[in-house]
Design a protein around this ligand. Structure first.
Ligand code: ATP
Length: 235
């Protein structure tokens, strides 16, 4: 579904991504793990057109997208939940969800999808009229994921959804990500420092160090890989 071929992304003179290649198949959950500053967020931002690569290709369903605008890329069905969530703090929960559907014109479908979001996260339903900024961190993450789903993405990009959340909430968020993948058939690319949880729900994973992919394998194989255990799983 998505293929990165030797992409190189820069911030000015600084090269953040060094020939990154990876593939994400239709229906998969693929995770990208790595330490702080490895280049994980830059990989996501390169895909969604915020920091386009200077060299290399990004193909979505066989079509090059690396020269398209960020808005065009959303229209193609790729939606990112950024690190730090970035919900609209002054808007209500309901208005935040409606913003996620800004490219859609099917009012009935939008209504159905909002009802589904409230079914998936009942706490959001109970807080539908509350300002987004007053939600807890975990609730804001639920809202950010739900808002992304309102654009009906075929590929959902998640940047560190577990960041700063309590263990019980993290568990719930990962279960929901798995559920979205299974029930909606949404393909998921999950960037995480919480390698253990991410590899538990993913089909495959890539390890990134200093802007380059150093390892790729099935998620269960990475979970039992000695180097991965030592470096990323704290074992
Ligand atoms: P984290 O988990 O801390 O977000 P990451 O793996 O997502 O880390 P990136 O945020 O992609 O890493 O950063 C990769 C490299 O690019 C780092 O060395 C970082 O300092 C640098 N970098 C990121 N954003 C910028 C920017 N706007 N300007 C200059 N350098 C940047």
């Amino acid at each position: 579904m998505l293929e990165l071929r030797d992409i190189q992304t820069y911030y000015g003179a600084i090269q953040a991504l060094k020939n990154v290649s990876l593939k994400i198949g239709e229906g998969e959950i693929v995770t990208l793990i790595g330490a702080n500053g490895a280049g994980k967020s830059t990989t996501l931002m390169s895909i969604c057109g915020v920091t386009p690569p200077r060299r290399g290709d990004i193909l979505f369903r066989g079509e090059p997208i690396h020269r398209r605008s960020a808005e065009d890329i959303v229209r193609l069905g790729i939606c990112q939940v950024p690190e730090g969530r970035h919900i609209f703090p002054q808007m209500s929960v309901l208005e935040n969800l409606e913003m996620g559907a800004y490219l859609r014109r099917d009012a009935d479908g939008i209504k159905r999808d909002i009802a589904e979001a409230f079914e998936r996260f009942p706490i959001l339903g109970r807080r539908r009229n509350q300002a987004g900024g007053t939600l807890s961190g975990g609730e804001q993450q639920m809202l950010a994921i739900s808002r992304a789903l309102l654009s009906r993405p075929s590929l959902l990009l998640l940047d560190e959804p577990s960041l700063g959340l309590a263990p019980l909430i993290i568990k719930q968020i990962f279960e929901i990500i798995k559920q979205i993948n299974v029930e909606n058939g949404t393909t998921v690319f999950l960037v995480e420092q919480n390698a253990n949880q991410a590899l538990k729900i993913a089909h495959r994973g890539y390890v990134m160090e200093n802007g380059a992919i150093t390892l790729e394998d099935r998620a269960d194989a990475l979970l039992s890989n000695e180097d991965v255990k030592r470096a990323y799983l704290g074992i």
